[in-house]
Design a protein around this ligand. Structure first.
Ligand SMILES: Nc1ncnc2c1ncn2[C@@H]1O[C@H](COP(=O)(O)OP(=O)(O)O)[C@@H](O)[C@H]1O
Ligand SMILES: [Mg+2]
Length: 224
């Protein structure tokens, strides 16, 4: 199977002169459709840098990055923004919702930025993440776990091929953490998404198909 996301020999050096940091050091990671990959590792290991390169937000210093076969290193800025809009979904620590919008409008939002080939129905998607009954609520009227569910629905509404998730359970208790990661795994498997989740939470790793550890910018596989 062609990987949805392929990073090959990726190195990312921040800064220049004597103040350089090698945030990624010869990282190779291929993620297939329907695969949920977890990355664990200490603070400063390079996890967010990896998501930034995979999400076409930062160009690698060296190496190859392909999303759905498209070479991100060679792509123009215009192509990169189209790829981010159409093929990538992002989920952040605490949902990153817009305070003034209802849950349903948060999910509709990514469809207002331009044409989306095959959007999912926002109402049906809210239902799928268990939030249909709170479609009219604003973020301050939702719990942390509920906000995260809405954030996941928002990330999936464009039917992205790749989903990038940074510490989704950092603000949640144990029970909600399990629910949220189980939801991410179910969406990944049912909709053939290639998901990378960065986490500190070892209790959620059993939901993932592959686990890697990052240390000093280097990635190595861990047995689940
Ligand atoms: N924009 C930047 N400029 C300079 N150094 C950075 C930048 N972003 C991250 N770093 C450095 O790169 C290393 C990896 O950071 P990061 O990817 O944020 O790690 P993690 O997400 O695992 O905590 C750290 O040493 C960090 O200080
Ligand atoms: Mg980080």
């Amino acid at each position: 199977m062609t990987p949805a996301l392929a990073l090959t020999g990726v190195t990312l050096v921040h800064g220049d002169g004597e103040e350089t940091v090698r945030a990624l050091d010869d990282v190779t990671l291929h993620v297939e459709p329907g695969q949920m990959v977890a990355i664990v590792g200490p603070s400063g290991a390079g996890k967010s840098s990896l998501l930034a390169v995979a999400g076409a937000l930062v160009a690698p210093t060296r190496g190859d990055v392909r999303l759905a076969g498209v070479d991100l290193v060679a792509a123009s800025r215009r192509e990169l923004s189209r790829i981010r809009r159409e093929h990538l979904g992002f989920v952040f620590q605490s949902g990153n919702l817009i305070p003034a919008l209802t849950a349903l409008d948060q999910v509709r939002l990514p469809l207002t930025f331009g044409d989306v080939a095959q959007p999912r129905d926002p109402r049906a998607l809210l239902d799928e993440v268990g939030m249909a009954h709170k479609a009219g609520r604003r973020p301050h009227q939702l719990s942390g776990g509920e906000r995260q569910r809405v954030g996941i629905a928002r990330a999936l509404v464009t039917r992205p091929q790749v989903l990038l998730v940074d510490e989704p359970t950092a603000a949640l208790d144990r029970h909600r953490s399990q629910e949220v990661v189980a939801l991410l795994a179910r969406e990944t498997h049912d909709h053939g998404v290639a998901t990378i989740m960065v986490t500190h939470d070892h209790d959620v790793l059993h939901h993932c198909d592959l686990v890697y550890e990052m240390a000093d910018g280097r990635l190595s596989p861990v047995g689940v």
